[in-house]
Design a protein around this ligand. Structure first.
Ligand SMILES: *Cc1c(COP(=O)(O)O)cnc(C)c1O
Length: 359
């Protein structure tokens, strides 16, 4: 029997489909699949096990990489922010991890280290994001010194990150791309710039390696579209169950603060899903769920463990399944409603939610 707890059902066939879609969009490029933050909330190890065709995996922090290694993943793993402290370098070598080097101190620490074996380095240049990346004027010097270091397994790979590749009408991406080409034109090494939005929008940026994250999970990085507009399939379905159904009379105020008042006699379904599960509190009086395929509104505030849904005369009963997002209820739409991005909603799912992997 299915538990009535909140469930995240992860469709592994959809994940494979989305990976194939990346290959179709960027047929000349290798794929560094981005699995940071527990694979955007989907379960890092399970995702890594399915993405056998990925050329490398990307994570943000060394503990994520070590968890993949501990789980038996032998594929190349890139630390997208490199090491945070020189103490980590022995572990980087021992676990055969690859490093993004994005600022001078990091480069100096790597150059000064005494290592058992050289590491693969992706040298990151700031071309306009102004977050991580060496300054353009540092490139020549650091490229030469790293290339010649016995600690570096050559040739260097050259990377940058886009600030606005999800916005087609801004000149920023073309400018970043032109600057990257200019800085790197006389230096050997594979190029990598494209996140999901650039895989979708900027084919001229695909280069040797693309770095998709969100699109692998079937979700659009653009504010005005959903995954299916781009041939993607949502990987996660977030669902739960009705745990009570009650009558309300016209004038009854529902939930904390009585923020919703029934305009007429109706029926409410109480659903086991709340902000303690990662469901956004901003969805109160502001979003729909699916029950028996029908969109029904959340009324009143989202509590820690529950939401209330106005089901009117629909034949909804205790135990019925409720979809919070998934195939016919895109997480992108909910994100817009609650003034955030789907990345945040996916990452926010908490450990109270039970995960199952299908297909
Ligand atoms: C997270 C990340 C990505 C993936 O971005 P998406 O928008 O999810 O495709 C790519 N590159 C770097 C460096 C990242 O940190």
């Amino acid at each position: 029997m299915l538990s009535r707890r909140p469930q995240a059902t992860i469709d592994l066939a959809a994940l494979e489909h989305n990976f194939a879609r990346v290959k179709q969009l960027a047929p000349q490029s290798k794929v560094l699949a981005v699995l940071k933050a527990n694979a955007y909330g989907h379960g890092m190890l399970s995702v890594a096990q399915v993405l056998k065709a990925a050329d490398a995996l990307g994570v943000a922090r060394i503990d994520e990489a070590l968890a993949l290694r501990a789980g038996g993943i032998t594929k190349p793993i890139v630390l997208l922010e490199g090491f945070f402290h020189a103490d980590e370098l022995q572990q980087v070598v021992a676990s055969n991890l690859q490093l993004v080097i994005h600022h001078r101190e990091q480069a100096e620490a790597l150059l000064a280290a005494v290592l058992d074996a050289p590491v693969r380095v992706w040298l990151k240049i700031d071309t306009g994001m102004h977050r991580l990346g060496i300054y353009p004027h540092e490139f020549e010097e650091l490229y030469q010194r790293l290339s010649q270091s016995p600690n570096v397994q050559g040739p260097l790979r050259l990377i940058s990150h886009f600030a606005s590749s999800d916005e087609l009408d801004k000149p920023a991406t073309a400018r970043q791309l032109a600057l990257f080409d200019q800085i790197t034109q006389n230096s050997a090494g594979e190029h990598s710039l494209a996140n999901s939005a650039a895989v979708l929008n900027w084919p001229q940026s695909h280069g040797d390696w693309v770095r998709p994250g969100l699109m692998l999970y079937g979700v659009s990085p653009m504010a005005d579209s959903v995954g299916s507009d781009h041939g993607l399939k949502p990987v996660m379905t977030l669902s739960s169950s009705v745990i009570a159904v009650r009558q309300v009379s016209a004038g009854d105020a529902v939930g904390y603060g009585g923020s919703w008042i029934a305009a007429h006699n109706s029926r409410l379904a109480v659903v086991a899903m709340g902000y303690g599960d990662g469901y956004p509190r901003g969805a109160g009086n502001n979003a729909d769920v699916l029950i028996h395929g029908k969109r029904l509104p959340i009324v009143g505030r989202v509590s820690m463990d529950m939401i209330t849904v106005d089901v009117g005369n629909e034949p909804v009963a205790v135990g019925d399944k409720v979809i919070l997002w998934g195939n016919d209820l895109p997480v992108e739409h909910l994100a817009r409603r609650v003034d955030t991005i789907p990345y945040e909603l996916l990452c926010n799912i908490t450990s109270r939610v039970q995960f199952s992997y299908v297909n």
